[in-house]
Each structure stands twice: as C-alpha cells, then as structure tokens.
Design a protein around this ligand. Structure first.
Ligand code: UD1
Length: 396
C-alpha cells in the first residue's frame, strides 16, 4: 500500500513528523508494509521557515520538492496543482494524506480527487466561519473532497456532521500537533532563553542590555493577512506593543517574513529594532518556540498552533483574531486563550486582565501524544489491510 503525504508550509511540518514516525513503527512489526512518499510543495522555502524543522524534528528529506515558492494564492495553487498532477501520475499512490489548511492542502487534495485517488485529511472539521480567511476556504474544499476526515476534537466532528458529511468518513483521532509537543517538550524545556536570543537576533538588532528571566517576558507572533496586510491595523498593533506591552514586560517577537516586510513598509522597522524592551528575532525553531512558550508570562498571537500549545502548557494567551477554528482552546471551554480581535481598546483591557492570571494547563480529550498511531492504524484498517474475504475466496 502506498501513501503519499504532502507538506507545504511551516505548520505542516509538526503535523507530518509524528505521522512518518508512526508509519515507520508500523512497518517494523508488520509484514504488510506501508510505502511512504513525502512531497514538499516548497511554499515555505527559507531555511528558518522550512529546512530547520526537518532537521530538528527528524523528518526525512522530502522525496520530491515541487519548489513552488512565493506568489499570489492563485499562483501558489495553480503551480502546485500542475506539478502535483505529474507526481501523482508517476507514483500512483493509494492514498494522498494532507494536513492542516495551507494552500498545499487545498491544491493537492483537488488534484488527487481529480485522479480518483483517495484523500485523507488530518485536522479535518475545523471551522472559523470566516470566509475572508484563505485557510477557511482551504479547509472547506479539502473536507468536502476527502474520503477520510480525521478530526482533533468532537466540535470539529460535529461541524462535519452539520455539513452532511457521512458518518463513516469522520473519525475523531485527537490532535497530532500535541504528539510533537509531547515528544519534544522535555528537551525544549532545557534550552536557555539567553542562547535563543543570542542565536536568533534579527539582523540589524543590537544585543539587548537586559535579558528577561522566565515569567518576565511576553511573546508575540503575527502573520495573518488580516493583522499584517492592512497598514492601519498593523501600525496600531505595533504602537500598542511599544506603548503598553513593553511597559509591563520585555517582549520577544520572532518575526514572520510577511510582518517583517510590512514593518519596513509602514516605516516602523527602526523604531521596533531600537526599542530597549522589545527583542526582535528571526523565525525560530520548534524547540525554541516551545521553550519561549514554557517561560512566557503571556502570549499574543494569531497562530492556530500556538493557541493549541498554550492550552496544553497553560500559558495565558491573547488570540489576535475575532474568531477561531479552535474553540476548544478558549478559556470559556477550559483552555488558555481569549479572542481579542484587533481592536486596541479590547486588546489593552484583556492584556492587563490576563497578566493577573496564572498558568492553567488543560488537556482536551485525545490530545495525548498518541494521535499519529491511531491514524496509521486506521489507515491500515481501512485502506491498507488486504481484504481477507478476497484472500479467502482465492484460497478456497
Ligand atoms: C502560510 C499559511 C498559513 C500558515 C502560515 C504559517 C496559506 C494560505 N497560509 O501563511 O495558514 O499559518 O503559512 O507561516 O497557506 N515568505 C518568505 N520565506 C518563506 C515563506 C514565505 O519570505 O520561507 C514570504 C512570502 O514571500 C510571502 C510571505 O512570506 O510574501 C507570506 O508567505 P505565504 O506562503 O504567502 O503565506 P503565510 O503568510 O506564511
């Protein structure tokens, strides 16, 4: 049985690493081997956005890299589809496995279905209800096309049921991101904050006069078009950081290329670089991000993965969005996050309130570090295991 899985952008790498490990584990003890091919579309291509994660998370080099690179959504989708069709025609897998909600997820599931190849979607059923998010469109189309929809929580399974997805296609397997977190958090916790800062300072930044200790710093990440691309929204957010956040705490900001570009465009790059309480880093590695999360007093983010990691680690989190496809991570549902959108008054109020909160780890059902094993077992049961009745009829 041949499975071809696809990664394209940074948040995919943490999801595919445990899946590959689970296939290797399956193959060790089973005479029916799963043959696995890894395709990287190349949407994220910087060493810090891509290659570093392969090394750190011990992901084998991709068998195929489509080298799509940057571009408009249409360009990324179109070029990926053209290149991926050739890969599928050559390799003829039984299953295509896609993860998450990035452009690679959508492009590859569409082409697989066009070629009558079965699609399995890991992290199915997430819905923000916000059709202005490219990721929401990617999720909707991918789920509509998928043959096997593997959900991280019961809310996501219900979303699929409400949309009319047949029950036998939906399987609640847990959150595969947490497999990676649990496999690596102990090692990550041993990293030194000082070293993380030293090794990742953004180009042009001076080494900070004072380094923060655990619980003395905030962490921010920002990359969504809704926060970054609008100059007014973005500038207001940056001024809030400079005027409020850094008054209470040192702020560590590993910056995404999209945000870096915009800081320069709106003329705030030098102000941010020279601020004594703001430590600007290049994109950092997985262990480093987990270490910052473990030590942070508070996290401000628009990343979906960080909301989930904050939930398990208990870090109070302000989600800089008006909605989330991961409601299970919200404080009202027992998690550590609160939605604050990008309205500065609302962010300020929640920021000061959240500073008074303690860490409160919580673990949603099946976020137990064993999701990848469940997925591989399921794929094997459903798609890989030879049909016993056929075998029996041959031998009668
Ligand atoms: C993508 C995903 C998003 C995910 C995010 C994590 C989609 C629609 N969005 O958004 O779901 O949360 O990744 O990072 O797939 N760039 C570089 N170096 C790189 C990659 C990108 O400089 O290695 C630049 C690009 O030129 C572009 C910008 O960063 O200008 C944004 O990249 P893009 O791939 O369009 O989407 P992300 O915002 O990263």
């Amino acid at each position: 049985m041949k499975i071809l899985s696809v990664v394209g952008a940074r948040p995919n790498f943490m999801k595919i690493a445990p899946f590959i490990r689970a296939i290797e584990k399956h193959n060790l003890g089973n005479e029916y081997q799963i043959q696995h091919i890894l395709v990287h579309t190349g949407q994220h291509y910087d060493v810090r956005m891509s290659e570093a994660f392969f090394t750190e998370l011990n992901i084998p080099d991709p068998d195929i890299n489509l080298e799509i690179g940057s571009g408009s959504h249409a360009e990324q989708l179109g070029y990926t589809m053209i290149a991926f069709e050739k890969v599928l025609i050559e390799h003829k897998p039984d299953w295509v496995v896609v993860v998450g909600d990035v452009n690679a997820t959508l492009a590859c599931s569409v082409i697989a279905k066009r070629l009558n190849i079965k699609v399995c979607h890991i992290e199915a059923g997430l819905r923000s209800g916000d059709m202005s998010m490219p990721e929401e469109i990617n999720r909707l189309v991918t789920d509509r096309l998928s043959d096997l929809l593997l959900t991280p929580d019961p809310i996501s399974s219900d979303n699929l049921r409400k949309e009319g997805t047949p029950e036998d296609k939906i399987h609640f397997v847990g959150n595969i991101m947490i497999d990676t977190l649990e496999a690596n958090r102990e090692r990550a916790s041993k990293l030194s904050i000082e070293k993380i800062i030293e090794e990742n300072l953004a180009h042009g930044t001076n080494y900070p006069d004072k380094l923060p200790l655990d619980s003395e710093f905030a962490v921010m990440t920002l990359h969504r078009p809704s926060n970054v691309d609008d100059e007014i929204v973005f500038s207001n957010l940056i001024n809030f950081l400079l005027n409020d956040v850094t008054k209470e705490n040192m702020l560590i900001w590993p910056i995404h290329p999209r945000a870096k570009k915009q800081l320069k465009t709106v003329g705030l790059w030098n102000k941010v670089l020279s601020h004594p309480s703001l430590i600007l880093l290049e994109p950092i590695g997985y262990y480093e991000m987990v270490r910052l999360n473990i030590g942070a007093k508070i996290i401000l983010t628009d990343s979906g993965g960080l909301q989930e990691e904050c939930c398990i680690l208990g870090t109070p989190c302000l989600t800089l969005r008006w909605n989330t496809e991961r409601p299970i991570t919200l404080r009202e549902n027992g998690g550590a996050s609160v939605l604050v959108g990008n309205d500065i008054e609302r962010i300020r109020k929640e920021y000061y309130h959240t500073l008074s909160l303690n860490r409160k780890p919580s673990r949603p059902e099946l976020w137990d570090g064993k999701t990848a094993n469940r997925i591989v077992k399921l794929l094997y049961e459903i798609g890989c295991k030879p049909d016993i009745s056929v075998l029996q009829s041959i031998f009668v």
